[in-house]
Design a protein. Sequence first.
Length: 166
Amino acid sequence: MPDVTRAGRLATLRQLVGEARFASQADLIDALAAQGISVSQPTLSKDLLALGAVRQRAADGSLVYASGSDEDRGATMDKLARLCAEMLQSLRSAGNQIVMKVPPGAAQYLAASLDAAALAGVMGTIAGDDTILIIAVDEAAAEQVVSRISEMTKSGRPREGLADEH
């Protein structure tokens, strides 16, 4: 089974938690294994914490893992803004593609934060060692994403009042 990056594992975990009900970490470990991702329980715990996943009571009274609240969403955006301010070295776009340069070793970490933020217009990210490729839905969306990331980089804070669900 091929190794999966932390960003890839987090993206898969986020998708699983958003689409189905899991009552235990063992259930999540099994679901990840079905996706070809092997993970230990301590690593899964850290991943759930990084995603802001929480255990909530379902309609039937059982506790299940769920995506975080709007408060968690604000924390995710604050973290992304802080990371952009600390790490972003350059930001360029061409068509619907955006290239971010960061210090060596930082790309996957920042890409995971970008994925967690679920910025409007972003289809996905690909991270190398010091480069992140962001694919936007179209050129106009890419321009908006560049503007948003540029503002976060300058201010260290997320732009107020924009919904990012897609």
